[in-house]
Ligand binder design. Sequence first.
Ligand code: DX5
Ligand code: ZN
Length: 215
Amino acid sequence: MAIIAPSLLAANFLELGKACAMLNESEAAWFHLDVMDGSFVPNISFGLPVIEQIRKATTKVCDVHLMIVHPEKYIEAFKKAGADILTVHYETCSELANTLAQIKAEGMKTGVAINPNTDATVLTPFIKDIDLVCVMSVYPGFGGQKFIETTYEKVKTLKQIILDAHAATLIEIDGGVDANNAAALTAAGADVLVAGTTVFKAADPIAMIATLKQL
Ligand code: DX5
Ligand code: ZN
């Protein structure tokens, strides 16, 4: 059974409190929080003050996905805002090992996201220091995009890298996850499924979360 991490990016921001209460009641174990800077990605979402408020509204794991340049400048700030897992993009880190060490030193779990055109093997040298790899199954920047089918192969490659290193790294899939691909993703080796549109646009979000978890 997968860990379900609904992305609040697809929630109604005027009613974020209600969205948090709904997720608290659901079988979702994590909250996925997408931070976009308009520079690494062509969109701007939300940042520290919003995450601080979400932190007060839940005891579940806050999985913060930084789609920002120079993430190393903000590690302490996101810890203070309430992040449990801090995910940086491989493409934005010139000193990945240092950045991961800083995240760990702040007492958070380390995450590294890779874009669809970044090879999984770039993470081989770092894998023992990564708690979570976020495999982007869309180009980051927007919710509601179509799932990229080559993701399955990438998940299998990554799973092998993790097994070969005897690492305990979790694999998360982010973008276009729905009831049609969830089972195949889990079978390929995914541990965590992010779902924004699929959860928040469902007639019954709580039932959709339960379905995705079972698949
Ligand atoms: C995309 C974000 C995703 C996004 C997922 O840049 O990182 O987390 O919110 O949204 P859906 O599930 O709608 O593709
Ligand atoms: Zn994300």
